[in-house]
Design a protein around this ligand. Structure first.
Ligand code: SAM
Length: 257
């Protein structure tokens, strides 16, 4: 999925991002430009990063950073001390190193890219003050282990923000498999949002807050698909699944004590 083929260059995505986007000021029926599609994906990052309450001294970890455009945005726009981007895929990291060659050379201690798994974060305990993840957790094989690992690498007083799609009802999974090919094939694994909240609490997180941001995601992403070669694809079923109450898009934050 994230190997030799660069998914970010598919007509679904743009600007080296690979996410559905956070859409503002969408006018129904109006054509969306590639620049606006890229902005929607940057805005998903800005929304997540705004919930992290970033201070200048913060050291951030992004889990599932893809081509690193969100990690670079975090450094540029939120000015923390450093951002570490972690991804499972060496191909994604090679792309990230090419795209951000200048920034990596200019700020070798402030933007750092590492290969590794969300389930075994290759860092010492209490290494980071903030941790975030954008549309990647649906690929993590085990969210309880991810929650434990995120809690371990965060220092006391740290903060986590995770955004992706979950289901409001455990019973929806079979219907989702019928509608969404990547769920049926197991590429995307959709968990009940309540079970992720329980994973975070069991891992030791406090103040778990769940925000539904679906109104800013599904319509925009569907409007984008409508004007691309994906117009008649199963991808249009994401919006249908949302309408049917089977899936939604959430931003979850939590603190370490
Ligand atoms: C949909 S892409 C999102 C990339 C980026 N966050 C963005 O919004 O552009 C998901 C990313 O998660 C990474 N990933 C999947 N499973 C992972 C795991 N277990 N540990 C770390 N990264 C993982 C993939 O390699 C891929 O780059």
């Amino acid at each position: 999925m994230y190997g030799e083929h660069d998914l970010s260059s598919s007509g679904l995505f743009s600007g080296h991002f690979i996410n559905f986007g956070y859409w503002k000021d969408l006018t129904p029926g109006e054509r969306i430009s590639v620049a606006e599609r890229t902005e929607s994906q940057a805005n998903l990052y800005r929304t997540v990063l705004s919930r992290l309450q970033i201070d200048p001294g913060d050291v951030l970890l992004e889990v599932g950073c893809g081509i690193g455009v969100g990690a670079a945005l975090a450094l540029r726009e939120f000015d923390p001390s450093a951002v570490w981007g972690l991804d499972y895929s060496q191909d994604q990291l090679d792309r990230a190193r090419r795209v951000h060659a200048e920034m990596l050379a200019e700020h070798p201690d402030r933007l750092v890219l590492r290969q590794g798994s969300a389930l075994a974060l290759p860092f010492e305990d209490s290494t980071f003050s903030k941790c975030f993840s954008v549309e990647a957790a649906q690929h993590f094989e085990d969210l309880a282990t991810f929650a434990t690992e995120a809690h371990r690498v965060l220092e006391p007083g740290g903060r986590l923000a995770v955004t992706t799609f979950f289901t409001p009802h455990a019973t929806a999974i079979q219907d989702l498999r019928r509608l969404i090919n990547t769920i049926d094939s197991g590429i995307d694994v959709v968990r009940p949002i309540d079970s992720f909240r329980d994973d975070l609490l069991r891992a030791g997180f406090a103040d778990v807050h769940i925000e539904n941001i679906g109104d800013h995601v599904w319509h925009g992403f569907d409007a984008w698909m409508e004007q691309t070669e994906f117009k008649n694809s199963w991808g249009r079923n994401w919006l249908r699944a949302d309408h049917d109450g089977l899936i939604d898009y959430y931003l979850v934050t939590a603190n370490t004590e």
